[in-house]
Ligand binder design. Structure first.
Ligand SMILES: [Zn+2]
Length: 187
């Protein structure tokens, strides 16, 4: 599925959605398969302003974080509990980012990533997730239920129970498959 305005997330969450879609299952492409690819993506996203070389460990951790966040977005479909391995990856990313909290005069707070480099940039993604959890938008970030698609989308349906990135494409495809399945069962 390609990016369209209908499935974009609120500003704060949009970089997270784009990060999840660096893996495009339908197209069979992955934008972060090597350190150079990760550096390019982070720079283009505006999350990374460092010039330190991106290491293989940075790449491995970023890919782990992407998988954990994709699993968390899958769990948003039925608000399932997050598995402990997913939580461990998110916790570790927050810790490496050196998250700091500063309280503000208006009884609020600001959370920032103290780390620089890739740890700081991926920490910024984690902070956008916590911010989205705090403002209630997080449960709407989902992975398309179509196995052929698996595109990360923001569910802007009124009920918040959308399953597909596009009702016209993936939703209809799923319904046609279910219909064919019923016909086969019927003989
Ligand atoms: Zn889809």
């Amino acid at each position: 599925m390609s990016t369209g305005p209908a499935m974009a997330a609120p500003d704060r969450l949009e970089p997270v959605r784009r990060f999840l879609n660096t893996l495009d299952i339908e197209a069979g492409t992955d934008a972060i398969t090597d350190p150079a690819g990760l550096a390019t993506w982070l720079t283009a996203s505006g999350l990374w302003r460092g010039d330190a070389p991106v290491t293989d460990d940075d790449l491995r951790r970023a890919r782990e974080l992407r998988e954990a966040l994709r699993a968390a977005a899958v769990a948003n479909h039925d608000r399932a509990a997050l598995p402990p391995p997913v939580l461990a990856v998110l916790d570790a990313a927050a810790e490496r980012a050196g998250v700091r909290i500063s309280f503000t005069p208006d009884r609020g707070w600001l959370a920032t990533a103290g780390a620089t480099g890739v740890d700081g940039a991926t920490g910024e993604l984690v902070l956008r997730v916590t911010g989205s959890m705090a403002d209630g938008t997080w449960p709407r970030l989902k992975i398309c239920a179509s196995d052929a698609c698996r595109w990360a989308f923001y569910d802007s349906s009124r009920s918040g129970t959308g399953k597909w990135c596009s009702m016209q494409l993936c939703g209809n495809r799923a319904k046609q498959e279910a219909w064919r399945g019923r016909r086969r069962e019927a003989g």
